[in-house]
Design a binder for this molecule. Structure first.
Ligand code: NAP
Length: 246
């Protein structure tokens, strides 16, 4: 029986673990979130100890293929996966695209987003980029931030901050109300893609709030990439040589 290691932490990873049949599936989580949504089946939690640790784990568990179904911004584990020594498939949901009426500024990193805000007149900022990386905004002491994250924030972070603990899915009505009640002037988001957290973009469009869209890190060149769980299942079946193979 073939063994598939799914590097997870996303809804797609959980759905892939549920969709794969006829093979051994191990799902791996980083262990960052206090109360993670668990995929069905075998789960391991915690880092591997860098690329060499992942490669050793893959050998010890006789893994045939690794599926990197991590969040598009989880660049370190993706780099480890690209060097793990067995076939790799990247499952990456498409990024968001601007619609008519959107006012988006694409920036290459969180620090670029912070520089943009520093140079702008925006006083009230909605940060939806997660609690990691808040340090990029720590020097913006003269701006006010609403920070939404799954787990509580910790330093370094900007001094004038309201923390909002919540996780998607969010609704457009809810996001409009949130932007209005906090008098938000600019929204900062990673280009995560997907439906779970897209309502904020619609709300920003409706209210004319500009968006700083942080671009994704690139996928390792030469690695096959599929956009959906269904495509990943098809890819693995073909790799394993038939409809019953995966
Ligand atoms: P990262 O910077 O790429 O990962 C940091 C370290 O965490 C990695 O070097 C690895 O440790 C460990 N790690 C990450 N994902 C792992 C996994 N699936 N299984 C085992 N170890 C893992 O990633 P991150 O941005 O901190 O994200 C951590 C996890 O949260 C990811 O699994 C990702 O899918 C999920 N997530 C991230 C975001 C985001 O915005 N970045 C959003 C939602 C969910 P070792 O080097 O020791 O192996």
């Amino acid at each position: 029986m073939r063994t598939v290691l799914i590097l997870g932490g996303t809804g797609e990873a959980r759905r892939l673990a549920a969709a794969l049949t006829g093979c051994r599936v191990i799902s791996s989580l980083a262990g960052r979130v206090a109360d993670p949504a668990l995929p069905p089946g075998e789960v391991r939690i915690g880092g591997f100890g860098g690329p060499a640790g992942l490669a050793a784990y893959v050998r010890s568990e006789a893994v045939d293929v690794v599926v990197d179904a991590t969040h598009p911004f989880a660049a370190r584990i993706s780099a480890s996966a690209a060097a793990c020594g067995v076939p790799l498939l990247v499952l990456r949901r498409p990024g968001w695209t601007a619609a008519p009426g959107d006012v988006w500024h694409r920036v290459p990193s969180l620090s670029s987003a912070a520089e943009f805000i520093a140079a702008s007149g925006y006083e009230r900022v909605f940060l939806t980029t997660g609690r990691q990386g808040l340090g990029a905004f720590a020097d913006l002491a003269d701006r006010w931030f609403l920070v939404r994250s799954v787990d509580p924030v910790s330093p370094p972070h900007p001094p004038r901050l309201e923390s909002l603990l919540d996780r998607g899915p969010f609704t457009v009505d809810g996001e409009v109300a949130l932007l209005r009640s906090h008098a938000i002037e600019v929204l900062v988001t990673k280009d995560s893609g997907g439906d779970m957290t897209a309502a904020k973009l619609t709300a920003a469009r409706l209210l004319g709030v500009p968006v700083l869209m942080v671009d994704r890190p690139p996928v390792t060149p030469g690695v096959p990439v599929v956009p959906t769980v269904e495509d990943a299942v098809t890819f693995l079946r073909a790799l394993f040589g038939g409809p019953g193979g995966g």
